[in-house]
Every structure is written in C-alpha cells, then in structure tokens.
Design a protein around this ligand. Sequence first.
Ligand code: BGC
Length: 761
Amino acid sequence: MKNYTTLFKILVLLTVIISCESSTGKKSKIAIDKKVDSLLRLMTLEEKIGQMNQYTGFFDPTGPSPKAGSDATKYKHIEQGLVGSMLNVKSAEAVLEIQKIAVEKTRLGIPLIFALDVIHGQKTLAPVPLAESASWDLKAIEQSARNAAIESSAQGINWTFAPMVDISRDARWGRVMEGAGEDTYLGSLIATARVKGFQGDDLSAHNTIAACAKHFVAYGFAESGREYNTVDVGTSTLHNFILPPFKAAADAGVKTFMNSFNDLNGIPATANTYLQRELLKKEWNFDGFVVSDWGTIAELVAHTYAKDLEEATKMAVLAGNDMDMQSFAYVKHLANLVKDGQVDEVLVDEAAGRILKVKFELGLFNDPYKYCDLEREKEVLGNKKLHADALDIAKKSIVLLKNEGQLLPLKKEGLDILVVGELANDKTSPLGNWRVASKDGTAISVLEGLNTYTNNRISYQPGPKVFEGKPNSRDEIKINTSDRTGIKKAVNAAKNKDVVLMVLGEHGLQSGEGRSRTNLDLPGLQQELLEAVYKVNKNIVLVLMNGRPLAINWADEHLPAIVEAWQLGTQSGNAIAEVLYGDYNPSGKLTMSFPKNVGQVPIYYNHKTTGRPVLKKGKGVYWSHYSDVDNEPLYEFGFGLSYTSFSYEDIKLSTNYLSKDSAIQVSCTLKNTGNYTGKEVVQMYIQDLVGSTTRPVRELKGFEMVTLKPGESKEVSFTIDKETIQYYTVNNKWEAEPGDFKVYIGGSSNASLSASFNLAE
Ligand code: BGC
C-alpha cells in the first residue's frame, strides 16, 4: 500500500512537471491550467470535494492535538485528503505540522492552503483599515498590506481574508472599522492598493499571499446597521456604489472572493447565482475561487432558503460557491448529490480546479513548506522596518477635527499637562479588533508615547472605570455606568493645569464583527467625565479612540481641540505624541461622515437631492428634513484640518465642452496660507445635473496629496473624461450621459470652488 501511494505521488509529480514550462504571463497561465487538468484527472470525486472543504484550526505549535469530537473528525479528514484548506492555524511550526500530514500522509500529497484574517497586520499592527483609509495615502496603504503579507507569510500563512471592500454608510455597523469608509471611488482605489500589497508582483514568492475581496456582496448595507441583517438595495445602488470596489479588486488580480452572511433582495449571497456565476465569474472574468463566509452554507437553512443542509449544499455549489468554510456541508453531502445526478460533476471539477490553480500560483506544489521557515519567522516578526512603517501610517491616519486658537501643536517644554482617561493607559485597546495573531498589551499607550517627549510635566488620572472586566472578542463588552469613582480626582487634578489631554472613546473590541451599536455617544461615564473636567479647565484636547464615527456634538461645541486617533495599532501612542507635539502635521481626512446624532444615520455625502431638497427650504415642514436637527453631518466626508491653513482659488477648465473622445483639464491654485509646512488632500467632486436615474449631489472623482511650505502655492489639476463621469444608467450599462455637469475642488466634500462643463451628444 505504501509503495503504491509513493508510486502514485511520483506519477502526479511527473505529470505536473511535464506540463510545466517555467515561463511568465499567458504561457505560465496555460501551463498552470494544464497542470490543474492533469491533477484533476488523477483525483477521485471525494478528493476533489476535499479541495473544496475548509476547516478552522485546532493545532498547537507543539504539534497536532486534535480533541475529541469534531476536531478528531477534521484530523482524520486531513489524512484522507478531504480537506483543501485550514484557517486559524497561527504559527510556522503549527502550519508545518499540519502541512506534513497533507503532503506526506494523503494519497496525492496535495498541499493545503492556510488562511487567516490578516486584516491590519499579523504581530505588528497597523491602524484599523478605516483609520488607514483616512490617510488617503495609497502607497502607504499598499505598503501596510505588503508588510502584513511579509509578517504573516513568515508564520506559515499564504492566504488572507482581506481586504474587506464593503462600502458602508452606517456607523452603527461595527464592521465599518474593517473597510475604507463610505465612498466608492476611494474605496476602489484602496481595494486595489491592498490587493497589490498582499499579493505583490509575484504570488509564488515566499513573502506574498493570496488576498480575498469580501464580503460579496452588500453586507455593509445591513438594515439598521444590525450585524448579519437583511439587505434590500436596488440595482442602481448595487452597481454604482457597492460593486465597484469588488470589480477593482478583481481587476487588480485578487485571487479569491468571499461571499457574505446577508441575503440581498431575498436571496442569500452564498446561494446567489447571478452574483457569483454570472457577474463575478462570467462578466468580470474572475478566475480565482469563491469561499463562503463562516458557516454561510449551513445558514441557508436559518435564512429559510434551504430546507436542510443537503439542499443548502446543492444551492451553494450551483450558485458558484467554490469552498465551504466550516459548514461541513460539501464534505458531507456533495458526493451523494453528484452520484444522484443532482449536481453535475463538472461543477465540482470547476470549483476544485479553481482552488488548485491558486495553490499552483502560490508555488505550493514546488515547495509546500516554503512559508514554514522557523528562522525566517524569528527574523521577520516585529522587525524594525515593520514598526517604522506602522508608525508612518499611524501618523498619516490621524485626523485633526478641531483646533481653535491653535491650541495644538503643544510646546515641547514648560507645560504642566494632565492626561485623563482609562484609554490613555491602555496597551491593548489601541490595537483595535481583528488581530487574530497578535498579543494583548503590545501597543504603545498614549501615556508611554507622551513620556518619550517629556520635558513637560505629565501627570495622569484614569477617571472612572469605562470597560468592566477584560474585554474579549467573543463576549459583549461590559460598560460601567454607575461607579463614578475617579471623576472627582480627575476634576481636582485638572484645575490649574496648562492643558488637559482627555483620551476617550470606544474600546478596540467595541467595533468589528458582531459589534453593532444603536448609540454613537462616548460609552459609559466618559461624557460626564468630560463635562465635569471642562467645568474647571477649558483647555482640553480631546483625543478620540474609536473604530467608527461617533456623535460628539457637545465636544465640538465646547472644546478647543479634537484629534481623531482611531485605533492606530502597535505604534499608537508614538503616533499620537508626534502629532500632538507637531513633529507630524496632521494630514488625514475622514472617509466616513460623522453624524450629529445616531438618528441621522445612514448619513453620507453623495446622497440624492430628493424631490424636496433642503436647498430649497422655505417656511413650514414639507421639506426633506428633521424637526430636531439639520441634515448636515457634524464632520463631512473628506474633512480634516492641518496645523497650517490652505486656500483654494482660481478654478479653470481647459474647455467647457467634453466630447466622448476628449478630456478636460480642471485646475486650481492651492496655497499654504499658514505657518507650518503641511500636506493637503486636494479633492475633486463632480455633479451630474440630470440623469436617466436620479443623481447624487456630488461624487469624488479624483484627489491629489500636495505638500506645501508656508506661503508656497501650486496649481493642481485633474483630468475629466468620459470614464470619470460614466455611471450605471437606467439601461443597466456603464454610460456617460450627455448633459451639464458641475465640478468642485476643495479640501472636503463641502468644496465650494466650482465650474461647469457640458458633455455633447
Ligand atoms: C467573517 C469573515 C472572516 C471569517 C473567518 C467571519 O465571521 O465574517 O470576514 O474572514 O469569519 O474568520
């Protein structure tokens, strides 16, 4: 039996080698397709289905230690060649152990692909993705994903479940921390940058990993921001706002897609044939594979869409879901469905083939252990360069929301500063959510960061307890709302201080999956603490830590300075200190609108006018508005201040007439009118005045980052052509419709400098 197995493996290897021409581009694609075909021909139906099966890990770094029950079954399945991929195996040693079983014990020795949610780093954490998006720095974002790939691949990982490219307009939804915000144009560019960062130029290198565009699709539009909820959106919203970042990821060569928990217009995404087969695989020509989200095949039953797991299995396969994550569905039912003639084996070949193809592209057949070099793991994890880059993007992600009377930057000496707030001394919360492989307590806290600058006197008061117990990723975060101990002490200490730095916000585990909120205020007694301290000292700098937009009206009305510091990862405290002391002049701009209160949500800049726009507001109540608060957000999309100031002047168009084959240059002069060198994200928005469907009030269509010294100015220009203004029209096609347009340039989505042009018939 042993000899037979070895013989078989050699045969496979020979087949693989014979069909392998080591070449690049199209030729190598054909070569890989041939290898996949040869391999498929050697596989039994069960083995092919095995490739479509993914289990979560149970392996300790000291070796496989399956527990009784389902772990033992999984272990056996790996030995039998009934598993194609594992997720959540977290060290090079553990991956090595399990890969050895697949390669050495199974009949064909096909290596496993190892997945993990490497969302914003492995051990060395960058800011949470929403924060990173506020940098608008595509190169830095790409580098951040590159670094995450370098670090995670050194721990045996070759596939990340990132980037999440879901557009969301609803801050109640906890997973906004994982995306790039509310805008489709920016979201598409960031999707591309992240895919490029993870996958690099050569997927077969040992330090690049396959990326995964998720969640396909419309998960970010879950009704009322409630996690896993139903989604109902029309064709226009789906195609114009939700799908483009996925298309961008596909165009950037992303190797995998993940479908989503939600149903969309009545059909669960996992069983949606139109989305997975028609649109993704056929129209977009996506040649990688689709993995289900965790257990979503089984959830077709709970969705009331399938009567049992067997029917769910059939539906998922027919709809183009290639890999089953943790539903135990394919491995249980698919072979019988094929044997009964309910599922054509061709579909199994197609799905298994797509998965094998990615394994070939990763180079796993050449060296299944290439990601398991224990020496490399030691060298790479947490090295200096990773920390330097994490600090760089952390600074760039910070958004200055208010700075009245130039309270910031702080002087580096001679100040008596009080730091207040439990979060200021927290070394875990700033790491944010989705950090599967990192350790608690590894962030630089704000206090630590500030102390490296200290020629100032810095004292600290935690204030009242905010988070009870030890917050963890599985349970609800418990908030103290009654024990006021600590408020008085903070108030007393604040009197006579030159500045009070109040570090307030959400815990890092209060956003992320399963973390929807109906209230966007500062959790617990933090607002009370803030107001109490304000009574004795008005010189407050509020440093916000949060994974989603918060409603901070009171703070905006009363405080002189507000710094949005998100959850910035490992280097959090250092980045915040550099910004507060002016060693880095803040340049971040919000990528989600901040509401005035939760009732305004969903709130987003590229909304429609409605038939009764507020712009035409007259007397009375019959306008699209609220009685108790206006329609404007507290801080709009694209907003963010600098220690310097900028003026925008002199908008010019090269011509007012655009034809279908020509382009217009639009330009303006940006001037640094303040006292510091600063970086500005110059943004261009376009409004389509009349369309075959109603059109948004404006949409971001370009941006450029410009650094200017005090007094310096620069002409910034953008190109507008047919592609810039096309959209998914009433004809269900991407078209540029003739008519009048307005272009705006400025430092946020409220940009007022404008010009007009026309697209001729
Ligand atoms: C999430 C995915 C994630 C998967 C695996 C699911 O609960 O929705 O985004 O990749 O778990 O951890």
